[in-house]
Write a protein that binds this ligand. Structure first.
Ligand code: UDP
Length: 329
C-alpha cells in the first residue's frame, strides 16, 4: 500500500515514516522543507518536494504513485507564532489542508489520517480530557487545527472521505534507531530545551510559572513518546483501510508530569546539574493537561509502551548526543 505523508520530513512525520516501513507500507514523503529536513527521511523512501497548496502537483503525485491513503502532518505548529501571525496559520494549515482535500477528492483518494492537537481543548473543564470534552481553543494554532477537523467531518458527510483525527498531547522522545529526532528552529519545547542546556548549548532552563494550582506550582503535561504516536498512526491507517468509519482520538500517556519533575528526571538521567531560572507564566498555558486515551485503547487496541519518562528522556538524550547540531551534521 502506498501512503502519501505530507510533512513526512518533520519531527512526528519522520517517525511515522519509519513505522510505516516497519509495518510493510510504502511511504511517499511530500514536504516543502519550510521546517522539515531531507536528512530525516531514509534514503530508500521516495521524497517529493511539494507544497500542499499546489493542488495540481499533489494530484499528479497521488496518481503517479497510486496513493491509497494520506497521512497529513504538513502544518505550522508554534503556538506563540500563531498568535503573532495568524494569517500564516490560516493560510498554511486551513487553506493548505483544503487544497490537499480537494486534490484527494479529484483523484478519488478517500482516506486520511490527520495530525491534530490537544490545543483544540484550550483550558479544560475537567481532567483527564476525553474526546467529548468541550473544544474551545485559546490560540490560533488550536483554532486552525479544529477548523481542519470540521472540514474533514464535512468532507466525510458530503463526499464519503473517511478520516481519523489524532489529537496529540505533548510529543517527546526520539527513535530508538537514533537516526531521527527533534530538530526545530527556533526550539520552544521543554524537553529539547532542557537537554540542550544539559549539553551546554544553552545557558539555563526557564520555568514558566511556579504559582500554578499544582503540587509543586509548575504546569503539568502528558508527555507521549513519538514512537507510541507513530504506532497509533499505523493503527488508524489500518482502521481506515479495513473500511472503518471516521474517528477522533486523543493520544496521551494518561500520566501527568510537572515541569519540575521533568527537570529532576533530566538532571538524574544526564548527570548534569544545569542552571534553572524561575520566570513568569507563559500566556495561554493551562495548569494541567492530561489525556484520557481510553477510546483509542478500546477501539484500536493502542497501548503506549514507551511513554515512561526514562525512555522519553533517554532516547531524546541519545539523539542530541549523537546529533548536537540536529540534522546539520
Ligand atoms: N515550559 C517551561 N519552560 C520552557 C518551555 C516550556 O517551563 O522553556 C513549560 C510550558 O509552560 C508548559 C510545558 O513546559 O507547561 C510544556 O511546554 P511545551 O512548549 O514543551 O509544550 P506545550 O505544552 O506548549 O505544547
Amino acid at each position: 500500500m502506498n501512503i502519501l505523508v505530507t510533512g513526512g520530513a518533520g519531527y512526528i512525520g519522520s517517525h511515522v515514516v519509519e513505522e510505516l516501513q516497519k509495518s510493510g507500507f510504502i511511504p511517499i514523503v511530500y514536504d516543502n522543507f519550510s521546517t522539515g529536513h531531507a536528512a530525516a527521511v531514509p534514503e530508500d523512501v521516495q521524497l517529493v518536494e511539494g507544497d500542499i497548496h499546489n493542488t495540481v502537483f499533489a494530484k499528479h503525485i497521488m496518481e503517479q504513485f497510486g496513493i491509497d491513503a494520506v497521512i497529513h502532518f504538513a502544518a505550522s505548529s508554534l503556538v506563540g507564532e500563531s498568535m503573532e501571525n495568524p494569517a500564516n496559520y490560516y493560510f498554511n494549515n486551513v487553506e493548505g489542508s483544503l487544497h490537499l482535500l480537494e486534490a484527494m477528492r479529484e483523484v478519488g483518494v478517500d482516506k486520511i489520517v490527520f495530525s491534530s492537537t490537544a490545543a483544540v481543548y484550550g483550558e479544560p473543564e475537567n481532567v483527564p480530557i476525553t474526546e467529548n470534552s468541550k473544544v474551545q481553543p485559546t490560540n490560533v494554532y488550536g483554532h486552525s487545527k479544529l477548523m481542519i477537523e470540521r472540514m474533514l467531518a464535512d468532507y466525510d458527510m458530503a463526499y464519503d472521505m473517511h478520516y481519523v483525527a489524532l489529537r496529540y498531547f505533548n510529543a517527546a522522545g526520539a527513535s530508538f534507531s537514533c537516526d531521527i529526532g527533534e530538530d526545530h528552529s527556533p526550539e520552544t519545547h521543554l524537553i529539547p530545551l532542557i537537554l540542550k542546556t544539559a549539553q551546554g548549548v544553552r545557558k539555563h532552563v526557564s520555568i514558566f510559572g511556579t504559582d500554578y494550582p499544582t503540587n509543586d506550582g509548575t504546569c503539568v503535561r502528558d508527555y507521549i513518546h513519538v514512537c507510541d504516536l507513530a504506532v497509533a498512526h499505523i493503527l488508524a491507517l489500518e482502521h481506515l483501510l479495513k473500511g472503518g468509519t471516521s474517528r477522533v482520538y486523543n493520544l496521551g500517556s494518561e500520566n501527568g508530569l510537572s515541569v519540575q519533575e521533568i527537570i529532576k528526571s533530566a538532571k538524574k538521567m544526564t548527570n548534569v546539574d544545569f542552571p534553572v531560572v524561575e520566570e513568569q507564566r507563559r500566556p495561554g498555558d493551562p495548569a494541567v493537561l492530561i489525556a484520557s486515551s481510553d477510546k483509542i485503547r478500546q477501539e484500536l487496541g493502542w497501548m503506549p509502551a514507551q511513554s515512561n519518562i526514562e525512555t522519553i528522556i533517554g532516547t531524546a538524550w541519545r539523539w542530541y548526543q549523537a546529533h548536537p547540531r540536529g540534522y546539520e551534521n
